[in-house]
Design a protein around this ligand. Structure first.
Ligand code: FES
Ligand SMILES: [Fe+2]
Length: 273
């Protein structure tokens, strides 16, 4: 009953209580979701795509996502990092079919157009046609048919990309508070990849994001965190909004009541993958 009344809501007015009340339709409205994709993921924004250590050598690549679009992060000639959309410039087929690997170039499985590591088109089979028939027009220029390249920013070993034609600088987009915290997380030390921990969640991006900003449930629901004293109700935590429209979540053990006999955490040598 409650669910029906939420889904049939046509009045999209915000509750009178103000910004501290988020109505349920915000999480499920398809038009709003599309606007979010265009603004937060494909607009003048920066999105995290990979770590530099995941693409250690020339030709190393890794697939990643920005919103609902798949991208490929590649280390190209002279150590430069490229990010391009995983969609062939010809008829839009998926170009790269593995999650990670190493290649000298990328060939589309459909009509085998070949692209360099930086996304430039470098080969078109049957470009002049067959027996004087078909083929590309005489003025066909490879340079006009590169893959969709994204702007790239590398911050202390983390790689960020933007679909926008002229995005703001990474620093001004992030704002000073977030930059300060990012530089603490990624001070430029060489990173080592331990493995991957993947979760598949049947929701759009908002539910997961909201969940991360909700330490309240973690002190009650996640017995692992409570048992080992990693996160408890007396943990000091704060979500700090910044002028740039982002926020940082910080937590501290300062002032936390000590357990007499805290459970001991055995660290396994096994690497998760
Ligand atoms: S769609 Fe990729 S070569 Fe035709
Ligand atoms: Fe949780």
């Amino acid at each position: 009953m409650l669910q029906n009344s939420i889904e049939s809501t046509t009045d999209r007015a915000w509750p009178q209580e103000g910004w501290t009340r988020v109505p349920f339709w915000v999480y499920t409205d398809p038009d709003l979701y599309q606007r979010e994709l265009d603004t937060f993921f494909y607009g003048p924004s920066w999105n995290y795509v990979a770590l530099e250590c995941e693409v250690p050598e020339k030709g190393s690549y890794k697939r990643s996502w920005i919103g609902e679009r798949q991208v490929v992060v590649v280390r190209g000639e002279e150590d430069q990092i490229y990010v391009w959309e995983n969609r062939c410039a010809h008829r839009g087929a998926r170009l790269c079919w593995k999650n990670k690997g190493k290649e000298e170039s990328f060939t589309c499985p459909y009509h085998q157009w070949n692209f360099a590591l930086d996304g430039a088109l470098q080969g078109v089979p049957l470009k002049r046609g067959v027996l004087s028939k078909g083929g590309m027009p005489a003025d066909f220029d490879n340079a006009e048919h590169s893959l969709k390249r994204l702007h790239v920013h590398v911050e202390g070993g983390s790689i960020w990309a933007s679909f926008h034609e002229s995005p703001p600088s990474f620093e001004s987009y992030s704002g000073p508070e977030v930059m300060r915290n990012l530089k603490r997380q990624f001070p430029g030390k060489k990173l080592r990849l331990l493995g991957y921990n993947r979760q598949k969640i049947d929701s759009n991006w908002k539910l997961y994001f909201e969940n991360l900003k909700d330490p309240y449930h973690a002190t009650l629901l996640h017995s692992f965190l409570i048992t080992f004293g990693l996160w408890r109700a007396d943990t000091q935590s704060e979500s700090i909004p910044s002028v740039s429209g982002h926020s940082t979540m910080v937590s501290s053990n300062v002032g936390k009541k000590r357990q007499k006999q805290p459970a001991r955490l055995r660290v396994s040598k096994r690497h998760w993958s």
